[in-house]
Design a protein. Structure first.
Length: 203
């Protein structure tokens, strides 16, 4: 009797590798060791500083900016890679800040001049009007030779200093006591030698 012999392949039930299966990547990117593509892209997308800055948009009308300062600021802005718009924003803030500082200095100066005036009034007391009248006569005499004396006294604030008031008061007394050749000059030049202006006075 013939026996049926069935050949059993031990590998019949094992899954065979598929030729179409995907192969794992040889190297996987990590967070720190990536390709750097995104970083390079971000750097390329960042705005770059212009070759030359135009600050017309940030400079107020009538304000003149020193050329050397503009050059120095442009170099600084370029070193920080600022765009023209960003540089103008910084410049506008700087100009505004500078104006506030200047206004503060002027306010302090005006306060100081006003304080000089109050000090002079307190020191002169009841003689204030009389002293100012005599000092005024001295100013009028000087003004014939120095037309801008009043403007100088106002611009510098010296007109409120008690020392200046006293000085013109002394000169006013001399003028009233000895008008000399300074009276009624009428636009004509006074004597050339100052010593002949008031021949009776020892200045």
């Amino acid at each position: 009797m013939a026996e049926d012999v069935t050949a059993v392949n031990d590998n019949t039930n094992e899954p065979q590798p598929s030729e179409s299966a995907e192969k794992p990547a040889e190297n996987a990117d990590t967070l720190l060791g990536g390709t750097g593509t995104d970083t390079q892209k971000e750097q390329q997308e960042q705005p770059q500083a212009p070759e030359a800055y135009d600050f017309k948009a940030s400079i107020p009308e009538g304000v003149e900016v020193d050329e050397a300062i503009t050059k120095d600021f442009s170099e600084m802005a370029r070193g920080m890679n600022l765009t023209n718009e960003q540089a103008n924003q910084v410049a506008a803030f700087g100009i505004k800040y500078g104006q506030q500082v200047a206004e503060s200095i002027i306010a302090q100066r005006n306060a100081q001049v006003a304080e000089w005036g109050e000090t002079a009034k307190k020191e002169l007391g009841a003689d204030f009007e009389k002293v100012m009248s005599t000092a005024g006569a001295g100013i009028e005499a000087v003004e014939k030779l120095v037309p801008g004396i009043r403007q100088a006294l106002n611009e510098t604030g010296a007109g409120n200093r008690i020392e200046v008031i006293r000085a013109f008061e002394m000169f006013g007394h001399k003028v009233r006591e000895d008008p000399g050749q300074m009276v009624n000059v009428g636009g004509q030049a006074p004597p050339q030698k100052p010593t002949t202006w008031y021949p009776n006075s020892k200045m």
